[in-house]
Design a protein around this ligand. Structure first.
Ligand SMILES: C[S@@+](CC[C@H](N)C(=O)[O-])C[C@H]1O[C@@H](n2cnc3c(N)ncnc32)[C@H](O)[C@@H]1O
Length: 254
């Protein structure tokens, strides 16, 4: 389901992924001076973070894993001139490549997993002793304005599952055995041209239709029109409309 949704967004994701790019940059900026022999990236998507990793660690072998087949196909074609990047279809919750890595990274991806605790345990297993895990997560407060309005317009269609909180994420990481070296938790408002542009952007990030902003059933046409009008009226800001993104970055060691 998640894989299918992100596969559908593979062609349009990057044009609308400003908050995800900022998070990927923040994940990289947390890394200490290092030159790992091999890197595992989980939830690589269209390769926004992979590109930054490849610039920072040229020629280093990167195993880029994503659950969405089309994302992997798209990135494999796009990064064809970098044969040291392996594009692999796999689920971060259970994926095991047979090797332990000195560096594992993930950005804007693990908040989607069904079982965050099991995922953290799996990543701990994939990391070599003394290794580093750098993680960027979208958290519960992300798109809170949209959730609030959806709840008013179609209360019976509110999502069953929500994104993890900062405390839940930290607890899962610590329970898996990671040492927490550094962390940054922030809430940021992004301004979109108008409510329509905002909804289009999050749809093209692959965010709608699932955990973050969809519900048990999609909104019908009149509910969507009401959502656009109400969003425009209630969350107008700086000549556009505002949307909140709550994020955290963690630097962890084993
Ligand atoms: C919002 S994109 C982020 C991509 C990229 N890391 C970035 O920073 O732009 C999220 C990606 O996570 C992937 N994903 C979601 N759940 C996953 C899972 N359980 N295992 C691996 N990838 C997953 C999706 O398919 C999607 O490509």
């Amino acid at each position: 389901m998640i894989g299918t949704r992100f596969s559908a967004a593979a062609e349009t994701y990057d044009r609308h992924a400003r908050p995800q790019l900022a998070l990927a940059q923040s994940v990289l900026s947390m890394l200490p001076e290092m030159y790992p022999e091999q890197i595992l990236e989980l939830g690589s998507g269209t390769g926004q973070l992979t590109r930054l990793l490849n610039e920072r660690f040229p020629e280093v072998l990167i195993d880029a894993v994503d659950v969405a087949e089309k994302m992997i196909e798209h990135s494999r074609a796009r990064f064809a001139k970098f044969p040291h990047i392996n594009w692999i279809v796999g689920d971060a919750q259970t994926w095991w490549g047979g090797d332990r890595y000195p560096l594992i990274v993930s950005s804007s991806a693990l908040h989607w997993v069904g079982d965050l605790k099991a995922t953290c345990e799996n990543i701990f297993e994939c990391l070599e002793p003394g290794g580093t895990f750098a993680l960027g997560m979208m958290l519960r407060g992300t798109l809170k304005e949209l959730h609030e309005l959806r709840g008013d317009i179609a209360p019976e269609k509110t999502p069953e599952v929500t994104l993890p909180t900062y405390e839940e994420t930290k607890a899962c990481l610590q329970a898996a055995g990671f040492n927490l070296e550094r962390r940054k938790h922030s809430e940021e408002e992004i301004i979109y041209d108008d409510a329509k542009a905002f909804l289009k952007a999050i749809h093209e990030q692959g965010v709608t239709g699932g955990k973050v902003s969809a519900g048990n059933a999609p909104l019908n046409r009149s509910e969507i029109s009401q959502l656009v009008a109400d969003y425009q009226e209630n969350f107008a800001s700086d000549g556009g409309v505002a949307a909140t993104y709550e994020t955290a970055t963690f630097l962890l060691t084993k």
